[in-house]
Design a protein. Structure first.
Length: 405
């Protein structure tokens, strides 16, 4: 028997509220960080005179370009350790289970953060951790993987521009002085094919979400002209990326295979051409015919609806930090013994040499460049001269600093 949406949400709430992995704190931190970033962005736009969506999240266009959404990282390995059956069902029916998981996160955020319901925020979930025995390559994706959660590794070869995609358009009729709205669902929408949900969170089996017409309304039912209210309409960021099989993993004498990725909301602009990435997403066949194929051939284009992105081997200046990382960094910044902690973290396998380890930590952090009023330039880089007897771990200490850098 298939569980209802409310039953699935209750199961995920039980997992999220467990004290073992502090999921509730992760959700609260993700929402608070998003609100803070959005308000800072709105204040910057207001000061810059750009006429942007400054002032808050509950205003018009809350999901439009540039705002994204809070995304909570959920480890599939943690879910598997707590509820193996639920993790297995999430892998084989991800779209419905992600809907329930995001609803559970929304319920927790509403309790933990007062006023959350009044703001136009939709919490998204990023699934991390190994999905299967090992990450797949675009060549290994087959029809048996359709509509399932997959983990794919490859090289980004083509990245499109970020464009706004309309989610809900609002129109005004000057003749009748009435507003009307219209929602849009295309072949890449994660809700496509799922039952509609009423205000109580109950699924309606007789109302399946289908693709809507792409024709933009210009007249109402009576034939009166309509004007689009762009400020009241809702948009989302949209981008496509071509992911190619890594050359070293391609069979000898064969060309690397590729797969198209679909990114939206806060995931856009995270990948650059040439990046080696690990993608977690849903492998889907689009409900439109593939290029060059007739609509009766039964051949459809396949894409991966991206849920989470991990950059492999990117420079440290481009690393992204999870909510756990941000929480740990903030906690460490308030400690008075931070230098001692950093020193002990340098080459922990080497006993002693506390002063040298602190010096290496300060060298890695460096200082601030200064230009004095008299024209003197003080550089921020720190040089270290390390002198000592042979076999006293000098090379190992320097190698540890190089690895961290």
């Amino acid at each position: 028997m298939v569980d209802s949406l409310n039953e699935l949400r209750a199961q995920y709430e039980d997992f999220l509220r467990g004290e073992r992995y502090s999921q509730v704190e992760r959700i609260s931190t993700a929402v608070d960080d998003y609100v803070q970033r959005s308000r800072s962005q709105g204040a910057d736009e207001q000061q810059g005179g750009k006429g942007g969506k400054a002032g808050g999240l509950s205003g018009t266009g809350g999901d439009s370009v540039g705002w994204g959404c809070p995304r909570v990282r959920i480890s599939l390995a943690e879910l598997r350790s707590e509820n193996p059956n639920l993790a297995q069902r999430l892998r084989h029916d991800p779209l419905r289970h992600l809907r329930a998981l995001e609803a559970a996160c929304h319920a927790i955020a509403s309790e933990e953060r007062p006023g959350y319901d009044k703001e136009d925020i939709k919490v998204k979930v990023a699934i991390s951790g190994p999905v299967g025995a090992s990450p797949s390559s675009p060549r290994q994706l087959a029809s048996s993987s359709l509509r399932q959660l997959v983990c794919v590794e490859g090289v980004a070869t083509k990245v499109s521009a970020v464009k706004p995609k309309v989610v809900k358009s609002v129109h005004y009729c000057p003749k009748t002085q009435q507003h009307e709205s219209r929602e849009y669902v295309d072949a890449t929408d994660p809700q496509l094919g799922l039952p509609a949900v009423d205000t109580t969170g109950r699924e309606l089996p007789d109302r399946i979400i289908n693709i809507t017409s792409s024709v933009y309304p210009t007249k109402d039912k009576e034939g009166h002209a309509l004007e689009t209210e762009f400020g009241l309409s809702t948009f989302k960021d949209y981008q496509t990326v071509t992911l190619q099989e890594m050359p070293e993993r391609a069979p000898m004498g064969q060309l690397p295979r590729s797969i198209e990725l679909v990114l939206d909301h806060d995931l856009v602009d995270r990948i650059k051409p040439g990046d080696r990435v690990q993608i977690v997403g849903v492998y889907r066949a689009l409900a439109t015919a593939a290029s060059g194929q007739s609509s009766t051939s039964g051949v459809f284009k396949t894409v991966v609806l991206v849920n989470n992105i991990q950059i492999l081997g990117r420079d440290v200046s481009h690393l992204t930090f999870s909510t756990d990382d941000v929480r740990t960094i903030r906690a460490l910044s308030k400690r008075n013994d931070i230098l001692s902690i950093l020193g002990r973290s340098m080459a922990p396998s080497i006993h002693g040499h506390g002063i040298i380890k602190k010096a290496l930590a300060l060298q890695l952090l460096s200082g601030c460049e200064k230009n004095l009023a008299n024209g003197t330039h003080l550089r921020g880089d720190i040089n270290i001269l390390m002198v000592g007897d042979p076999s006293t771990a000098k090379s190992q200490l320097l190698r540890s600093a190089m690895t961290i850098a």
